[in-house]
Design a protein around this ligand. Sequence first.
Ligand code: AMP
Length: 281
Amino acid sequence: MKIIKLPAVLYKSLKKSRSAGKTIGFVPTMGALHAGHLSLIRQARKENSIVVVSIFVNPAQFGPKEDLKKYPRPLNKDLALCRKERVDFVFSPRPEEMYGEGFSTYVNVERLSETLCGKSRPGHFRGVATIVAKLLNIGQPDIIYLGQKDAQQAIIVKRMARDLNIPVKVKIMPTVRQRDGLALSSRNAYLDKKEKKDALVLSAALNLAKLFIKSGARDASRIINRMKRVVNKKKSSRIDYIAIVDTASLKPVRKISGECLIALAVRIGRTRLIDNIIVRA
Ligand code: AMP
């Protein structure tokens, strides 16, 4: 496994692989790898001759009051995990390398970036789209692997690739959860023991919504209200949003028919957590 710090070095190495006819799978991450990340890496390993994992805590996607500084960075542990998964290249550039002096070009995926998480995290998806565009330009992979856990991010990256004619296939892998339902996230590390229990309200609310829809409920606002009640049962929780939206446009759905995305963001203590499911009525 090669560990690469410089964009130009990764570009050159992968150019060689490409001209040798090898296919490239790319898994972008911010590190602090867990089983969710590993599921993406394993899928990439199955489907490509070369697997690239980027580990980069992207400053451009953090707001001024967010957790950029304290975001976990267990690089050595991450590298060991990548080695075990037979990753070919780990790309872990320094921020100065990705955002050099005078950096001034950003990718903004309009509308899709302004709703749900984009409302409470202004500029977040601009940062995400920009770094993913940069990584795709540097790596030029055949397939990029993303997690359903960050549903809005996945939809935005798909839109960007289409809109900007970036020749990459975007594959979305299912959310990996603990046995108790909690979606794995690097930010779960911020939770204390009690908060970890309280955090189960996210998946519990989603499961309840799914059950309601299965038993015939179609009115989105009623389902959302029931979900709110579940989440508000915990003193430590504060709802950012609970929404039922169209899976393509992310616009709110009033009456559920066909496929919809049920998504929520909830603060448990000081930690903001997100989760979602796709439901077909
Ligand atoms: P992050 O390191 O949080 O930026 O995540 C890197 C990639 O892993 C993103 O595509 C995420 O959607 C994905 N991911 C994070 N958590 C999970 C999870 N629990 N299950 C599946 N994919 C995940």
